[in-house]
Ligand binder design. Structure first.
Ligand code: FES
Ligand code: FES
Length: 176
């Protein structure tokens, strides 16, 4: 069988314009992990059930195992590597809250949980229990449980409001 033709792919990934020559059948998760070496995004179920591969596409959380590369040409993609505090070597407030509250669990679920939390708090800086459960419903943990994760989401939301902390990267909460 002949190799699929290669296409030019271009998008902004973690704030940087990236261009690649890739096969038409390439998925976004493969662009990130294989072509761009952004291995913080994990692959587990590969069918959209676990959320390990969650990234932001134009600010919306998507399962990168289900998105074809051609579907995100020209988009802005944010992976776990793209989250940081006000300085690049500082933890993002969400990551800090995950550390403080015991929400950092295994390496498979945690990046996706943090990305989904970012999407949730961008929309609802102080989410209700129901909004947290809905915001994280696409992220599965089959082993440790959700107690620490839910505490971390609440703490990140509180920090976001009370400490004038950058959550979105562009907008400060006081500007909302
Ligand atoms: S690896 Fe994409 S949802 Fe599980
Ligand atoms: S899947 Fe990561 S701790 Fe359960």
């Amino acid at each position: 069988m002949s190799e699929p033709l290669e296409n030019l792919w271009a998008a902004v990934v973690n704030g940087e314009e990236r261009k690649l020559q890739i096969a038409q059948s390439t998925r976004l998760v493969d662009v990130l992990r294989t072509h761009l070496n952004l291995t913080g995004t994990k692959v587990s179920c590969e069918v959209g059930r676990c959320g390990a591969c969650m990234v932001l596409m134009d600010g919306e959380p998507v399962n990168s195992c289900l998105v074809m590369a051609y579907q995100c040409v020209g988009s802005e993609i944010t992976t776990i590597e793209g989250l940081h505090g006000e300085k690049e070597d500082e933890l993002h407030p969400i990551q800090q809250a995950f550390v403080e509250e015991g929400g950092f669990q295994c390496g498979y679920c945690t990046p996706g949980m943090v990305i989904s939390t970012k999407a949730l708090l961008d929309r609802y800086p102080q989410p209700s229990q129901e909004q947290i459960e809905t915001g994280l419903c696409g992220n599965l943990c089959r082993c440790t449980g959700y107690g620490g994760i839910i505490r971390a989401v609440r703490t990140a939301g509180e920090n976001c409001v009370s400490s004038f902390t950058l959550i979105t990267g562009e907008k400060k909460v006081n500007d909302l």
